[in-house]
Design a protein around this ligand. Sequence first.
Ligand SMILES: Cc1cc2nc3c(=O)[nH]c(=O)nc-3n(C[C@H](O)[C@H](O)[C@H](O)COP(=O)(O)OP(=O)(O)OC[C@H]3O[C@@H](n4cnc5c(N)ncnc54)[C@H](O)[C@@H]3O)c2cc1C
Length: 404
Amino acid sequence: MERTARWREWEIIMDIELKEADRKFREDVRAFLDENLDAELREAGVKTSGISSAHAPLMRWHKILHEKGWVAPGWPQEFGGTGWSDMQRYIWQSECARANAPKLYPMGLGMIGPTLIACGTAEQQEAYLPKLLSGEHIWCQGYSEPGSGSDLASLQCAAERDGDDYVINGSKIWTSYAHHANHIFCLVRTDKSTKPQAGITFLLIDMTSAGISVEPIITLAGDHEVNQVFFDNVRVPVENRVGEENDGWTVAKTLLTFERSSAYAARLKLMLGNLEALIEEADDAMLVKRHAELAIRVAAIEMTEFRVQAALADGRPSSSGSSQLKIMGTEAQQDIDLLAVDTLGARAAVWQPERRDMGSNVDAIGPEETQVILADFFNNRAASIYGGSNEVQRNIIAKVALGL
Ligand SMILES: Cc1cc2nc3c(=O)[nH]c(=O)nc-3n(C[C@H](O)[C@H](O)[C@H](O)COP(=O)(O)OP(=O)(O)OC[C@H]3O[C@@H](n4cnc5c(N)ncnc54)[C@H](O)[C@@H]3O)c2cc1C
């Protein structure tokens, strides 16, 4: 879509601080993206409305980035990160969003990778990190259970010690991309006799182990993204434990800080930019006002993101900063979705989910944008729930930052 003058002006405002070296870096990034994002990869990016893009193009993009050495910009360089500055990482994220690059799975690169760097043994780092970077290992997250979501510490999936193994029985739910993953990191109950947080252990589990089955759950947007995973006498070697037995809660909290610090601003800016032409066409002052207010909120999110990511990179994770970011990012996302639906009016009611299939040749009814607007609207309702609901994030801020 053609970018309008107002959108370009806004981008320029955000560019004021860019130094010469960073401009050169941005040119290099743009050249790389131009050369490597072919039509199929861009189509996957445009059609992404869930957490990650379609599996096959996503993995192809993962491997291209791995070959270039750019797949884990947030990791320390000695573990395979890029050694980029905060500004370079920000430029990278912005340029990927603007070029419609596929969205990679966050559970490996964004969650278990940094957690193993922080809490894993040298053997675990050696065994898992290179395969995570190469894309050989695809991870999913086994935290939530039927009956244990916000009150995560009440989880019941049990692990009993038997020789050099744990034997797992129980189930995990809402497990994103478990149907594509070959590994799952899990919180399991190893002691029922103590207070809930003190009886949890963190395990790394091979999804091909005997006794694991995965059942799909289809979302309101018609997508297969989440699943229920069942464990029936699954044997897991003790060496797959991260941290001490019954101290998994500490590891779990470290991981959640990484999970809640995802980058929102670049994609939110893209969503707002894509809406400009539709809003101008609608010629409605209230829509223009809402768009401008959202642009201001997104600029504030961008600044918060710099702050939280710089603290994380310095080894000073801030759980209340991550919680703030999660609330601000997901609420802005949902408000942009609502603005998009309101702008389309009755045309938003057109529901053609098959148009989001890769390579689909179904004729579009109405404007091209409708293919993702309604799916985004439905899928992003979940964004204020997963990763710990926003109400729970507010409780964390009240406790940690305000001391209430
Ligand atoms: C699309 C999607 C993908 C997900 N992917 C994963 C995944 O990959 N792995 C994984 O482990 N989990 C995943 N989840 C699960 C997610 O983390 C949980 O849904 C979330 O933690 C909320 O738990 P719950 O669904 O049991 O809701 P509940 O805990 O039952 O909450 C219901 C409502 O009550 C509110 N509430 C609960 N407790 C409090 C409180 N103390 N104070 C104020 N309000 C409260 C909540 O905010 C919510 O509005 C996913 C969820 C979704 C929707």
